[in-house]
Each structure stands twice: as C-alpha cells, then as structure tokens.
Write a protein that binds this ligand. Sequence first.
Ligand code: 13P
Length: 253
Amino acid sequence: MRRKFVAGNWKMNKTIPEARQLITELLLTLKSLDGIDRAVCPPSTSLPMAAKLLQGTGVGLGAQNMYWEDSGAFTGELAPAMVAELCEYIIVGHSERRQYFGETDGTVNLKVKAALAHGLTPIVCIGESLEENQAGKTAEVVSRQVRGGLADLTPEQGAKLVIAYEPIWAIGTGLAATAEDANAIHRDVVRPALAELFGEQVAQGIQIQYGGSVKPDNALGFFTQSDIDGALVGGASLKADSFTAIAKAAAES
Ligand code: 13P
C-alpha cells in the first residue's frame, strides 16, 4: 500500500520570520499525522531555520530547486550536497521552472540523477499546458515527460521517486482537474509509463501526487481515488489552517 504524501510548495513566498511562524503553527497538527508523509518546501533562505524546527518531528523538508553539478562556478545555484545537508526532498521540473527558467526534460533528468546520488528524494513534476490539453495531447506530453525526465534510471532508483502530476492550467487558477480526470491520468498514463521504465512492481509503489488548486474542500475527493497518492499544494500551503485541513483529509482517506 502506498502512503499518502502531502507537500507544500511555498514557491517565492515567506520571509524567515513568516516561515518560522507558519511552520510553528503547522507542527501543532502535522506532527501527529504520522499515518501520512508530509513535508514543506519553503524558499532556500528559510531552509536552515526550517531544518532545525522540523528535526525529529516526522515532517519532512524540501527545497524547490538545485543545480546538478557538485560544485564550481555556477553563480546563484545550490549544489545537491548543500540541499542534502538540510533537506530530504527536492522539487524538480516544476512547470514554473520549465516556463520561466528554461528547464527541459533533459535538465530534469540531470537533476533527478544528482538528487538520487546525494540521497535526496526528487519530487518530479509533470503536466500539460492548456493548449496541449485542449488538443487532446495530455497523454502524449505526460508520457514524454516521464520517459525523458527519468531516462537511464535503474528500477532501484525509480523506487525512490515521487511524481507530481500538475496540469499547468490548474495551477493557481482555482480550476482544479476533476478527481476522476486526474486519477485517469495517474492510473492510465503516468503509472504505465513508470512501469515501462521500472517494471510493474516498482511502478505500483511510486507515490503520484496531484497538484493544481488543491484546497480543503476538494482534497478528499482526490485522496479517495485509486491512484492519487497525495498532493503537491501551492497557494493553500501558505496558511496553516488550509494546509493542515488538506493533510488531515489525506490522513482520513
Ligand atoms: P496551487 O495549489 O496554488 O494551484 O499550486 C500548485 C503547485 O504548483 C504546486 O507545486
């Protein structure tokens, strides 16, 4: 049985004092929800503080980006080992990074390999644009992203991944995919693509989160689907009450 995994992607929000306040509030509830995996992914500046606060709580910490090289002249970047000093998770290939910062399936692949080499669990984001969706290309786009981003990994490495299916048109729009539609993509497209790469048994064990306008009032609908194993939450992860409500829904499902 796959555990549910709810992670908050804070994106470019919260100063250090604000992040400390939110994590402190979240811990009141999240600490005890040990039937699910849960994590927060604040901006890099708050990671050292967050790592200290979260130590021993069972709540994981993730970064939102890193580079794939070990060290060197890469101004502005964080190395995998630097992220691994503080975090367990790293978000890779978020659509905002693909759109604004030129990430491709090729760079996603380099980052995934670097993350795994440093003991980090990559949360690999995939998802189609509105145009691709309307042109009926969702399955094609998503399976290409899985194959490209996860190329040349062994089944042992595949077993360590988390996937987040985030249709771009659902991100930050309030227009979530229906739970049934999202589940169909997870069950009929993403998991079969994972099975092609890593075998059926490994694919059945990989957590596939849904992301895109997940809120307290629609979360349970996603979590009761066969192949939706949690959520990657943006906007609703910035407030303690909404993120804990989503995590509680995952714990109940
Ligand atoms: P929203 O929950 O704000 O739609 O963002 C989803 C997302 O991009 C999480 O990575």
